[in-house]
Design a binder for this molecule. Structure first.
Ligand code: NDP
Length: 333
């Protein structure tokens, strides 16, 4: 990170630094540590909010759970979810050549390479992204067969999974995304029942009424702002809203006001924010669930893999204007 960021993150807020090659590529005997080489890095929207100097609370709340903010200090390398190879180990649980995923310094999930999936999946569908979709949808939304589900940023890393989980549950699923290519993916690859491009249809209320004339039972919120306001007017009584993220509000000067919040009262809507890390104990159950559907080819997963650390800043800030198609991953080795 070059400096703290006020406003919209740009590529130039990050810098690539080549450090002198002084690191000893061995672990000390008796240290119970492992040394890893990073292969894939995950680009996630929260990283943009962590680039701000934390004075307003949101990052501080997250840091209790994520312990990541320490890495977002000017002059230091940023951190996040990655997939790595063990190159030396003094820990009996890990051997040279094992693959692990996790967050800097405390990798704790060994990857079972007998499972035949791309290693990059451990930055997304088999990692925090997947757990986010699973916990947010099943735990927060309590879905029932036949209910209507609306997902915003639906072609993204989390959204594509939520939509597919909802279809597996027998729900009627609609998504919004910011390009024709993404809307085609929703309809033709992820099996959404209907979808619209919010950039071409600024009357969001009309788009929602057209796609969901029966109203919305479940809203999986990734975007916030005007989208949330329009969704509120289209929610059904006893609807549920999982507030996963509000990417449209992360880098605005002043957050947009929500006009329609009072409907939450008379429609008895349950609206709950959550962090994937709150559900980390469900991870083994999630893995079992998701691998079954991957193996049965009932779940597909689209990644947008960019190669080379030098292309990382562009890939990361591209999340905030919808450049990515699917999960944004950076392949570095
Ligand atoms: P995505 O892969 O969905 O990438 C972000 C997408 O957001 C972009 O591709 C773009 O899609 C959309 N977007 C960007 N800016 C705007 C805007 N101003 N208005 C509307 N849409 C916008 O990222 P993730 O799947 O990783 O994250 C999705 C959401 O989930 C984010 O809000 C993120 O913060 C949240 N999240 C929350 C977690 C938790 O624990 N609660 C964990 C992980 C993610 P488009 O082209 O459709 O506009």
């Amino acid at each position: 990170l070059k400096h703290y960021v006020n406003g919209f993150p740009e590529e130039s807020d990050l810098m690539i630094v080549t450090a002198p090659d002084t690191m000893e590529l061995k672990v000390k005997p008796g240290s119970s540590t492992i040394l890893v080489k990073n292969l894939f890095l995950s680009c996630d929207p929260y990283m943009g909010t962590f680039m701000r100097e934390s004075d307003s609370g949101s990052s501080e709340v997250a840091v209790e759970t994520l312990s990541l903010l320490d890495a977002f200090i000017p002059g230091k390398p940023i951190a996040g979810v990655g997939v790595s190879e063990v190159i030396d180990s003094d820990d009996p649980c890990f051997a040279k050549g094992d693959f692990v995923w996790g967050i800097v310094d405390w990798e704790e999930f060994k990857i079972d390479i007998s499972i035949n999936v791309p290693l990059s999946y451990y930055t997304g569908i088999l990692s925090v992204t997947g757990l986010t979709a699973y916990a947010g949808f099943f735990e927060i939304c309590s879905p029932k067969k036949g209910e209507t589900v609306f997902v915003s940023a639906a072609a993204g890393a989390v959204g594509q999974l939520v939509g597919q989980f909802a279809k597996l549950m027998g729900c009627y699923v609609v998504g919004s995304a910011g390009s024709k290519q993404k809307v085609d993916l929703l309809l033709n690859k992820f099996g959404f029942d209907d979808a619209f491009n919010y950039k071409e249809e600024p009357d969001l209320d009309a788009a929602l009424k057209r796609c969901l004339p029966q109203g919305i039972d479940i809203y999986f919120e990734n975007v916030g702002g005007k989208m949330l306001d329009s969704v509120l007017m289209n929610m059904n009584v006893h609807g549920r809203i999982a507030v996963c993220g509000m990417i449209s509000q992360y880098h605005t000067e002043t957050e947009e006001g929500i006009q329609n919040l009072p409907v939450v009262v008379y429609k008895r809507i349950k609206m709950q924010g959550f962090l994937a890390f709150d559900f980390i104990d469900r991870f083994p159950k999630y893995l079992e669930f998701v691998l079954r559907y991957i193996n049965e080819r009932k779940l597909v997963y689209v990644e947008d893999i960019v190669e080379g650390l030098e292309n990382g800043p562009a890939a990361l800030v591209g999340l905030f204007c919808g450049q990515n198609v699917g999960k944004q991953v950076l392949k570095i080795a």
